[in-house]
Design a protein around this ligand. Sequence first.
Ligand SMILES: *Cc1c(COP(=O)(O)O)cnc(C)c1O
Length: 355
Amino acid sequence: MSRFFSTKHASLTPYVPGEQPRDRRYVKLNTNESPFPPSPKVLLYVDEAGVKLNLYSDPECLLLRTALAEMYGLKSENVMVNNGSDESLNFAVMAFCDSEHPACFPDITYGFYPVFAQLNGVPYREIPLTEDLRIDIRDYADLKGLIFLANPNAPTGIALPLEDIETILRQNPESVVVVDEAYVDFGADSAVGLIESYDNLLVVQTFSKSRSMAGARLGYAMGCPELIRDLQTIRYSTNPYNVNSMTLAAGLGALEDQTYYDANARIIGRNREYAANKLKELGFEMTDSMANFLFVRHPKIEGQTLYEELKARGVLVRHFNKERIKDYNRITIGTAGQMDKLLEAIQEILETRQI
Ligand SMILES: *Cc1c(COP(=O)(O)O)cnc(C)c1O
């Protein structure tokens, strides 16, 4: 730390992204990226946008917002786009939290929520999941803050039924409820249809996972026009050009090929079932994941050890050094070939240890 670093950030612990090692080729199952390339439409549109890079990107992002609105049965004033959904989440903390309105979220969930609260100097409250890593909706009533619900949750993959989301919205009329749907396209139900009925609902989605565009950095938030306007106030006060013109074009291209991404999501769903069954045969236990990853533990091998031994065999998974979940590893679902390489490596590790 330099002697110039603001004291207000002195104790800030930044988010730790999953490894992106370049030292060798890995079967990379640690950051929930898509194993499939973006649609050819995306590349075509990016190419066209490239020649206009002398101009600023459209600060209103109107074409993409309109296309998204159409897709979800909303109006463009219900939608804003951001530089990855992480930015939408940060903007939500900036817009809706203060010393009297803490950020509230489960103790086991996406690691960025507490970081955004710390960065913005607002309090946060972690609400423990049940013993089996589920949300008990009775714990989410009258919270008077900003509620983050990743649905499906990360890293458990467990989805909350829409009735439960609606109950939480009703139980917290004084709180904005952010439903973070980064993984919703892999089998859970979206809360988008509730936006018309609840002025305290913000649904956040991303192009990073099901739409194979993690490197483009594109996310979006959907809610009633007043909530979106508040977020736009924050956006125009930080960086009105937060989404560059190539990424805006890429997003439009992707939306024109939704059937391609739907097909890919179905393949991931099948590969998830396949890997889950094989892992169960090998003695693994796991949560009931509706996402593009599995969250698994084996009674006879520590989480950290399995992570290290897989890495030594060229397979990267994600281990979290957090007390309640340290026995687990989160494994991204890739192609059938990648799943077979993972399973082979695991089998070898178990055999070497005579498990
Ligand atoms: C991956 C992920 C995000 C981040 O998405 P970006 O759009 O790439 O910033 C947000 N929330 C959850 C729960 C995620 O897993």
